[in-house]
Design a protein around this ligand. Structure first.
Ligand code: HEM
Length: 409
């Protein structure tokens, strides 16, 4: 079968993320390559650019002259004062110092290596149990019955959300994050606002119960966030919105690491067989799967002063869209970037971002990816497809809605 056609310079000239070309969301990589070749600093509007070169994306992540604060951008998009607006502009990922520094410091204190190491045994048991249950499904689906089940439990454990209260978390999270697409439809915004409105009273109640019976701040991130640290505490509003963010941040991204990763392995059977034969490859394999099909494809910044990138300067005020998925396929950094190579080294991918906002949960996600994919292949080395996967048609979060599998080929 011939490979996908790479768009030419003329096609690239009209490229827009707000109304992407047909086929882009399903397979953005040929477009990323063409943009990188013909228009690496691509204008999306008069003061808005899309970067696809690794070097440029990294320069912006590391620049002191960019802001993550989204008040200017989100006011017209989400409606100033709407629940979604309040949520997204209060969470650490979309804020600058001093709020960002304060929240991140307290959070990182809770997501340390010791706390992560403590998660491992519970995660192994959870995955083993899901693998037992997979065999009981007449039509097993890797997303619904496996990948989507793991992160909600891990984050639920981190915040010590009682098990019988976890079922709405996934839908709330999907609804809130979907509003971040480049051009969300009114129904998407309505669902997102309703989700924040339902989530907040739930958290208020959870926090009141935790205040009455505090947990161990060494393992219970909610207690830790409520107590703050020697240098400061969070207001009630900051606390609630950052809990929502934490639940969301670690949720879909990690499901998509497992789902996209398994889909890539099923497509590249030689690599799947390689991992089955050499389970010790799991660490580099997870990094390569993160590079190859990055769960988060886009990030954003706004220039607060002129920002120098490889061959030009972006003026103050420019809205910058960072192409994580594009940077991770840049041949200048990753030789033969469209080849999946589970032993690839070095592999300094940008799937977790870089700089001041680099993912706080990256080692939690890596642990989940290693245990989930490693145990799945150890138990079902002949796993195969049972039908066509269904893609989730969003471009910021890359993932599958469904991946029908046959456990024994
Ligand atoms: C494969 C899974 C994951 C991917 C691909 C991912 C990706 C990212 C990326 C790219 C950023 C940077 C955003 C920016 O610079 O604007 C980020 C931030 C963040 N992530 Fe993750 N993430 C994952 C899993 C997790 C998990 C499991 C947690 C929590 C346990 C988490 C918590 C966070 C937090 C709190 C931030 C904000 C950090 C800050 O603004 O300082 N993430 N993530």
């Amino acid at each position: 079968m011939p490979g996908p056609i790479t768009p030419d310079a003329r096609a690239v000239a009209g490229f827009s993320l707000a109304s992407p070309p047909a086929g882009f969301v399903a397979l953005p990589y040929p477009w990323y390559h063409a943009l990188r070749t013909h228009s690496p600093v691509h204008a999306l509007g008069p003061d808005s650019v899309f970067l696809t070169r690794y070097e440029d994306v990294l320069a912006v992540y590391r620049s002191p002259d960019v802001s993550s604060d989204k008040q200017v951008e989100f006011a017209p998009k989400l409606g100033a004062g709407s629940p979604l607006y309040e949520h997204h502009t209060t969470s650490l990922v979309f804020s600058d110092p001093p709020l960002h520094t304060r929240v991140r410091r307290i959070l990182m204190g809770a997501l340390n290596q010791r706390a992560i190491a403590r998660m491992e045994a519970g995660l192994v048991t959870l995955v083993a149990d899901l693998l037992d249950r997979l065999a009981g499904h007449a039509e097993p689906d890797l997303i619904e019955h496996f990948a989507a089940q793991i992160p909600v439990e891990v984050i639920g454990n981190l915040l010590a959300v009682p098990h019988d209260e976890r079922s709405p978390l996934r839908d709330w999270s999907l609804a809130i994050l979907s509003a971040l697409e480049p051009a969300p439809a009114p129904a998407v915004l309505a669902r997102g606002n309703a989700a924040v409105d339902e989530f907040l009273p739930y958290l208020r109640d959870l926090i009141a119960r935790r205040r009455a019976r505090p947990g161990d701040p060494d393992v219970d991130v909610l207690t830790r966030l409520m107590q703050g640290d020697a240098e400061g505490t969070l207001s009630e509003r900051e606390l609630m919105h950052n809990c929502i963010f934490l639940l969301n941040a670690g949720h879909e991204t990690t499901s998509n690491l497992i789902g996209n990763g398994m889909d890539a392995l099923l497509t590249h059977r030689d690599q799947l067989d390689r991992l089955v034969a050499e389970p010790a490859l799991i660490n580099t394999a997870v990094e390569e799967l993160l590079r190859f099909e990055s769960p988060l494809q886009l990030n954003n910044r706004r220039a607060t002063a002129p920002v120098a990138i490889s061959d030009r300067e972006l003026p103050a005020g420019t809205f910058i869209t960072l192409g994580i998925g594009a940077a991770n396929r840049d041949p200048a950094v990753f030789p033969d970037p469209d080849r999946l190579d589970l032993a690839r080294k070095p592999n300094n991918h940008l799937a977790f971002g870089q700089g001041a906002h680099a993912c706080s949960g990256m080692n939690v996600a890596r642990l989940e990816g290693r245990i989930a994919i490693g145990a799945l292949l150890a138990r079902y080395p002949r796993i195969g497809r049972r039908g066509e996967p269904q893609r989730d048609l969003r471009m910021r979060f890359r993932g599958l809605r469904s991946l029908p599998i046959a456990l024994n080929g």
